[in-house]
Design a protein around this ligand. Sequence first.
Ligand code: AMP
Length: 378
Amino acid sequence: MKEIKFIEDVVLEGRRVLTRLDLNVPLDNNAQITDDSRIKSSLKTIRYIADKGGKAILMSHLGRPNGERLENMSLKPVSEALSVNLGKNVIFAQDCVGNKVEKIIYELQNGEILLLENLRFHKAETKNDISFSKKLAKLGDIYINDAFGTAHRSHSSTTGVPKFISESAIGFLIKKELKFLGEIVSNAENPFLAIIGGAKVADKIKVIDKLFDKVQTLIIGGGMSCTFLKAQGFDIGNSMLEKDSLNFAREMIQKSKEKKIDLLLPNDAIIASSLDGNSTRTIKLTEGVPKEWMILDIGPLTSEIFCNAISHSKTALWNGPMGVFEIEKFSNGTFAIAKSLAKETEKGTLTIVGGGDSVSAIKKLGLSGKISHVSTGG
Ligand code: AMP
């Protein structure tokens, strides 16, 4: 395995430092930033690059524009906020790849800072498209990853670029979180429970694999549980399925038996035939999901079982929503987990919540202060 290098271990002076940050801040209808915590937590790395005489080329995504150029998801307001916070002009490029961007970079002086436009204005970003990764990689002499919230995802700007650039390192934010989480996990009091949810198994394979060496209980919910359910032979109808991860799911199910780890999957679910939430049903998964229907949240019985497991843990780590929590009808499972973690923290359980969506669920309920550690990352 390649050794991890940190930003302090590399030469930045005079080099084009292509830096992936998580500047995915919430914007209101007037393009005003309503929570700038992601900007604030990225400042240390940006300042360091500029102070060392690097040419800071910053890139990030914002929202889910799905490959469209949407004005309300532009990073322009972020470049202005960065300028104010850094007390220094941040140049803004209207795109993240292409001739115009290359020209701006060619003229960039040591210590100057450039922010590229939203990576997700290109569909290729989330597809981890090789030619897009190469186009991005071409913009830098060295790659720094400090996008803790998205570091686990297989996208061009996270896992693609480092393959096509000669040197890579990790920024201060990820370093701090890695150190902190590493310490927590290695000193965690048992029973240690982890709750993993969200959309994609593929994004979380490494995390799940690592957790198997630590936890006594592993809960899998959200869209990714569908692949595990399918691997166990359940009919999941039209639910999210990652065929490529079925084998991994099978292996994990087997491994949990060998290691005597309690692997908890949903028992019942809220299903619907479309995301509009007009017609929903609660079913036991043993009934099988009808053909055109999808699992969109865990059911009430599952919520109860999961929360009960949380109440028996001394350390609980949560990453990823239990359902499509952005839509109210499918948010109960996610909010139940959030509330349960807050309740158990009060009773002395060490709780750690990571990942943009789980953190936003915690914030929505006003529970940030009631969790032992809320991490901005994934
Ligand atoms: P991730 O970024 O992988 O942590 O996934 C977060 C996304 O997963 C959220 O936007 C949720 O809406 C989505 N999600 C959670 N559960 C499901 C589900 N059962 N089906 C489809 N999407 C889901």
